[in-house]
Design a protein around this ligand. Structure first.
Ligand SMILES: *[C@@H]1O[C@H](CO)[C@@H](O)[C@H](O)[C@H]1NC(C)=O
Ligand SMILES: *[C@@H]1O[C@H](CO)[C@@H](O)[C@H](O)[C@H]1NC(C)=O
Length: 390
């Protein structure tokens, strides 16, 4: 072997070893919607429905915050009286490798309280201490900051800088205590660079949960996919897809192994303007009717989609290759979603890109009862297999 071949082989060996190392460390991060306990009949999902070996990180959604820097408990009855936090963290006794985090914020928390707290050094310090205390009190392994979004939705221009300060101050307290710090961030390539100082927050976060879903939904005038992997030929904005978001975040030079790609175990639903026009980009007049268990117009859990197809008849399955996503329709109802082959594409994508993991929103939307003859939790299981094994 001459020297160049030898050094090439060595480089290849290191590259292969690096990929294996990253994958061995790969994160499968699943959000748990704590309010899923209120869903009716078979849709009810409690902490005892969580398989503690399915995901290696679980995130309890959500807690909130007050303008005085105190933590806001969202549902005293469920979170505390019924043992929500305690039972969630007790899952680590069954699987000691499991990490459990608490998410603070979320879509409905908006920005105002975060913005008020973070622009004042004393309030910010109070909040940082309170969150640290909360995580320790209930025995979480860390926290996930879901401010949606700095500078937007009730925020102020200085949020961008003050969000970095928040993350750095949390890190300074969490890291020495062995606690994890993550953040759920916007996947919008136009907005994210305005919301965040990307390299700066990346330097202090253990992982970045990229919310690569909700690209299209019933707020749009035409049908489209919740989480297309790539752009379709007729997309009005070619950046509204997982690949464009991932590449934009990576373009800031952040460590790939800390970037976690989001996936959704729910689809987005539409009511068609014309039941005869059923394609991708067909005119829609608003949200589709809510599902039997999640009862939210405009969205359908995977378990709702697959059972409807299996039990009701008349719901077909259409694969849309440009987006690597699927849709189904009947009458004037249209659902764009990821079924098994779509989620496998995404798992392989995250693997091939050398990303630090995959996240799932949410564990309680998969077919956790195994109703559809694809096994229990087929979406998360197939995502995991594709990410770890290709
Ligand atoms: C902000 O804090 C106040 C006071 O605790 C609370 O009522 C409110 O729901 C919080 N969130 C938002 C979005 O205003
Ligand atoms: C918040 O950010 C602004 C810059 O955008 C900065 O001037 C200010 O000092 C920050 N506030 C605090 C409390 O650090």
């Amino acid at each position: 072997m001459d020297a160049s071949v030898r050094s090439f082989s060595l480089a290849l060996l290191f590259a292969v070893a690096a990929v294996h190392y990253a994958q061995a460390q790969g994160r499968v991060i699943c959000y748990y919607s704590s309010w899923a306990v209120y869903r009716p009949t078979d849709g009810r999902f409690t902490i005892s429905d969580i398989d503690p070996f399915l995901c290696n990180h679980l995130i309890y959604a959500f807690i909130g915050l007050q303008p005085d820097g105190q933590i806001r408990i969202m549902d005293q009855y469920n979170d505390i009286d019924l043992g929500g936090y305690t039972n969630f963290n007790a899952l680590r006794q069954v699987n000691p490798e499991l990490k459990t985090l608490v998410a603070i914020g979320g879509w409905y928390e908006e920005s105002k309280n975060f913005s008020i707290v973070c622009r004042d050094p004393a309030l910010r310090a109070t909040f940082v201490n309170n969150l640290f205390g909360f995580v320790q009190q209930w025995g979480f392994s860390g926290a996930d900051i879901d401010w949606e979004y700095p500078t937007d939705r009730g925020g102020a221009p200085e949020d961008k800088e003050n969000f970095s300060l928040l993350i750095e101050e949390l890190k300074a307290l969490f890291a020495p205590a062995g606690l994890l710090l993550g953040a759920a961030v916007s996947a919008n390539v136009h907005n994210a660079p305005n919301y965040y100082d990307i390299p700066r927050i990346a330097a202090s976060l253990d992982f970045i949960n990229l919310m690569t879903y909700d690209y299209h939904g019933p707020w749009d005038p035409v049908t489209g996919f919740n989480a297309p992997l790539y752009a379709g030929p007729a997309d009005p904005d070619p950046t509204f897809n997982v690949d464009a978001s991932v590449q934009m975040w990576l373009s800031y030079g952040i460590d790939r192994s800390n970037l976690v790609m989001g996936t959704a175990t729910y689809g987005r639903t539409f009511t068609l303007a014309d039941p005869g026009n059923t394609g991708v980009g067909a005119p829609a007049v608003g949200a589709g009717v809510g599902g039997p268990w999640t009862n939210e117009p405009g969205s359908f859990s995977y378990m709702e989609v697959c059972t409807r197809q299996l039990w009701e008849g008349g719901w077909g399955l259409e694969w849309y290759d440009p987006a690597k996503s699927a849709y189904t329709f009947k009458g004037d109802q249209w659902i764009g979603y990821d079924y098994i082959p779509a989620i496998q594409e995404k798992g392989r994508y995250a693997r091939n890109q050398g990303l630090g993991g995959v996240l799932v929103y949410a564990i309680d939307f998969d077919d956790f009862r195994g109703f559809c003859n694809e096994g229990v939790n087929p979406i998360i299981t197939n995502l995991k297999n594709a990410f770890f094994n290709g």
